[in-house]
Design a protein around this ligand. Structure first.
Ligand SMILES: Nc1nc2c([nH]c(=O)n2[C@@H]2O[C@H](COP(=O)(O)OP(=O)(O)OP(=O)(O)O)[C@@H](O)[C@H]2O)c(=O)[nH]1
Length: 135
């Protein structure tokens, strides 16, 4: 039960193209919720800022250099395997083309697409639609 008492901070990045498409990745075998889709990211390491964690994860997983990202929203979720606090950032500025450096599948998506999504990420898709089709 100690896991539910102390949330784990997770940095999550939404790469958004000018047409509104966003990048999703599929969780690899061997992790909880393998095969589910999520926005790229991962756990924040001790002493690391959330933005630094985001940049590190994007470089490790995708070979992308995030040039800028804005904090968007924070969601807490209690899974059987972990209690997480997800810090979602939106980035419209990066360098490089996403490559699958750790073997995951990735896909650029409009409003509807791949699934299933991680439970904590589902509401984000609706909020995101309001944001990207607002202007
Ligand atoms: N990256 C990411 N993680 C999410 C999302 N939604 C969500 O609930 N999570 C949760 O946040 C946690 C992220 O941890 P992870 O296991 O992917 O991170 P990591 O790569 O640093 O882990 P590891 O190095 O321990 O294997 C998981 O518990 C995952 O279920 C999302 O949209 N993106």
């Amino acid at each position: 039960m100690s896991e539910s008492a102390k949330p784990v901070d997770v940095a999550v990045g939404i790469l958004m193209k000018s047409n509104g498409d966003v990048l999703l990745g599929q969780r690899p075998d061997g992790k909880p919720y393998a095969g589910y889709w999520e926005f790229p990211g991962g756990k924040v390491e001790p002493g690391e800022s959330i933005l630094d964690a985001l940049k590190r994860e994007f470089l490790e997983e995708l070979g992308i250099v995030v040039l800028g990202a804005e904090p968007w929203c924070c969601v807490e979720h209690v899974y059987p395997h972990a209690h997480v606090r997800l810090y979602f950032y939106i980035s419209r500025a990066w360098e490089g083309e996403p490559q699958s450096l750790e073997g995951q599948a990735f896909a650029w998506q409009g409003s509807l697409g791949v699934g299933p999504l991680l439970p904590a990420t589902i509401p984000l898709i609706e909020w995101l639609d309001r944001l990207r089709y607002a202007d």
